[in-house]
Design a protein around this ligand. Structure first.
Ligand code: ATP
Ligand code: MG
Length: 163
């Protein structure tokens, strides 16, 4: 049996305002390809959808980018398809199959707000972004494959601050 070992790392960025959160999304978007998963964690209003919108816009989404708060998932037919989930209102993990989570994980870039209920299905290569903060300031604790962490580390020199 072969085991794939993914080097993981953690980066903490200080996001002084919404512009910094959007810059994180713009930096992350070009690193993503089919099969990549970004799990967006943090409380209500932490900035998960703001970050997802910046990723989607950078990947070419046009027009208003609705939050999947009530639909639970929005799919975007971009160069690489993007599936944007918000699982806050999902009560039963069995409904994840109906939502198409497995298809998304196999074929698309998957962005998931409130990923807790799907945690057992997420691949080891999932990039977790935990957002927290008050007022306009947030910090993002980013954990996942080193290939993302290294590239996002350069953001620290562009206004966002790493620690
Ligand atoms: N640094 C920041 N980063 C992101 N959003 C910020 C920041 N500062 C202020 N905001 C504001 O906080 C709000 C974040 O809302 P958003 O919908 O992105 O949160 P969310 O985490 O998706 O919430 P929910 O759990 O309800 O889906 C927006 O109104 C945004 O303008
Ligand atoms: Mg949201």
């Amino acid at each position: 049996m072969t085991q794939q070992v993914t080097q993981t790392g953690t980066l903490t960025l200080r996001l002084g305002d919404e512009g910094h959160t959007r810059a994180l999304g713009r930096a992350l978007a070009p690193l993503l390809g089919a099969g990549d998963v970004v799990a967006l964690e943090g409380g209500l209003g932490a900035g998960k959808t703001t970050l997802a919108r910046a990723i989607l816009e950078t990947l070419g989404a046009k027009g208003p980018i609705a939050s999947p708060t009530f639909t639970l998932v929005q799919t975007w037919a971009l160069a690489v398809p993007v599936w944007h989930f918000d699982l806050y209102r999902l009560k039963n993990a069995r409904e994840l199959a109906e939502l198409g989570l497995e298809e998304a994980l196999d074929t698309a870039i998957t962005l998931i707000e409130w990923p807790g209920i799907a945690r057992d299905l997420l691949p080891p290569s999932t990039l977790f972004v935990v957002l927290a903060g008050e007022g306009d300031a947030r910090h993002a604790i980013i954990t996942g494959p080193q290939r993302f962490i290294e590239k996002l580390g350069v953001l620290a020199g562009r206004g966002a601050h790493a620690s």
